[in-house]
Design a protein around this ligand. Structure first.
Ligand code: BGP
Length: 478
């Protein structure tokens, strides 16, 4: 018997979903004519873990989607693998890949799950990476062509997201270097990639509207608030610089279509401290400006907040990719460094558990971006090391239930305060591999036994179901 704790009632028409990304769940990386993407090549070279069979969603999607329905979800967030649709990035579409996604979307609708679909979730085709990924403007044009194809081909999808987490991709590729092409603290590249992704997003949004498509489109940003660790003005400034780099630049570009003067002042400080530069070409800002009011929704991924102090030493990032507590550090020259506060709980991967950050950021979004369309929390969840017990009953993920409960409570509190936020997608539906952690960091409502590919509902899945019953309208929003 599951007892509800903080949250005891979901609003009517609330979007109650779970998320996944194509490359983290599908497996079948060599099947049905899929082309190579940057992870196929990189993971093979790295040799740490294999993307096959992952959670074998490519074949088992009917099972996973039925589970989602049976456990009370009314929406599902997934992504399309670009290299399945266009194995040759400049070539013809691959019918097998296209039909696969038609079947997946049909299955979603059959299970009364509204699909929210991202076009790009970290998985650029290999050829795109080889030609500079988002740093090469040719790839923006390619993306818009791919987006246009998908809009026309999949009218059954009414909720589109362009690009998932521009900041995580750019920082993973060019700052921390955990993502291919593994560059370290090349700040020009990171910020240029962000600007170019904003342009790609904006052009896809404009295209969607020009085509007169009947639905909504937006982007998904990972927002990681950085709070000053002390009241010292140098720490307040450090947090502001970090925030400009991590959040504000992308929020301004996507939602206002301008980079506000204060945002640029702070961002230029980040660039200067790292001998970087950003190239904004003539016409770029007009594109962002035109697209901003056309966003029909906004995806907000929230996992954690940071506490920031001033820092002028050399750049350094150590990412905890094993779940060995306290093995991470982040020091960004001339920007700031993260400080671990003993009173704030952390996961084994050193991520703060800080639902207040979600609440504060939702209020800030309402205040700073008054034209904000409906917000959905498109990712939030807790990664744990978990094992399947002999009796196959996974009754011990109360930590996850508590984490989700606290964050949904923060969301509902923000709603009460007038923020237009109408949905929550837990990361993740089923266990899946994590880009830099592999298979030992599990987030799913459903445990995946990777040997047998069997699914087992965790206690959190039952909690999710229990809460879904408190919603008046079972179908949710469409
Ligand atoms: C987000 C990504 C997801 C997912 C999640 C959890 O940044 O959009 O794809 O992986 O984070 O992160 P991790 O797997 O590193 O724990």
């Amino acid at each position: 018997m599951i007892k509800l704790n903080r949250v005891t009632q979901l609003p009517a028409n609330f979007v109650w979903g779970a998320a996944m990304a194509a490359y983290q769940v599908e497996g079948a990386t060599q099947e049905d004519g899929k082309g190579q993407n940057m992870w196929d090549v990189y993971l093979k070279k790295q040799g740490r873990f294999s993307p096959d069979p992952a959670s074998d969603f490519y074949h088992l999607y009917p099972i996973d989607l039925k589970l989602a329905h049976d456990f009370g979800l009314n929406a599902i967030r997934l992504s399309i693998s670009w290299s399945r649709i266009f194995p040759d990035i400049d070539g013809k579409p691959n019918t097998k890949g296209v039909n696969h996604y038609h079947r997946v979307f049909t299955e979603c609708l059959k299970n009364h799950l509204v699909p929210y679909v991202a076009l790009h979730h970290f998985d650029s085709p290999e050829q795109m990476l080889e030609e500079g990924d988002w740093l090469n403007r040719k790839n923006i044009r390619r993306f818009v062509k791919y987006a246009e194809f998908c809009f026309k081909e999949f009218p059954e999808v009414k909720n589109w997201f362009t690009i998932n987490e521009m900041i995580s991709l750019a920082s993973g590729q060019y700052l921390g270097g955990q993502f291919p092409p593994n560059h370290h603290f090349n700040v020009s590249e990171a910020i240029q990639a962000e600007h170019n992704m904003l342009l790609a997003h904006a052009q896809a949004v404009i295209k969607y509207h020009e085509l007169g498509m009947k639905g909504r489109i937006g982007c998904i940003q990972a927002i990681k608030p950085g709070f000053p660790n002390t009241n010292k003005s140098e720490d307040i400034q450090a947090a502001a610089r970090y925030d400009a780099y991590n959040n504000r630049f992308l929020l301004d570009g996507a939602l206002l279509g301008i980079y506000q003067p204060e945002t640029m002042k702070l961002l230029n400080q980040v660039l200067e401290a790292n001998n970087g530069k950003l190239i904004i070409e003539p016409g770029d800002m007009e594109i962002l400006k035109k697209a901003a009011p056309l966003n029909g929704m906004f995806g907000f991924n929230y996992y954690r907040s940071e506490f920031v102090e001033n820092y002028n030493g050399e750049n350094e990032e150590r990412v905890n990719t094993t779940g060995d507590k306290s093995s991470s550090s982040f020091k960004f020259k001339g920007v700031g460094k993260f400080v671990k506060r003993p009173e704030i709980p952390r996961t084994d991967w050193d991520w703060t558990i800080y639902p207040a950050g979600l609440y504060k950021m939702l209020l800030r979004l309402k205040h700073d971006y008054p034209n904000m369309p409906t917000i959905y929390i498109t990712e939030n969840g807790l990664g744990l090391k978990e094992e399947l017990p002999a009796d196959k009953l996974i009754n011990n993920d109360d930590k996850r239930i508590d984490f989700i409960d606290q964050h949904v409570a923060a969301l509902l509190k923000a709603r009460k305060a007038g923020v237009n936020v109408n949905g929550y997608f837990v990361w993740s539906l089923q266990d899946q591999f994590s880009w830099v952690n592999g298979y030992n960091k599990r987030y799913g409502l459903f445990y995946v036994d990777y040997q047998t590919q069997k699914r087992y509902p965790k206690r959190s899945a039952y909690w999710f179901k229990e809460l879904s019953k408190t919603m008046n309208d079972e179908e949710g929003e469409s």
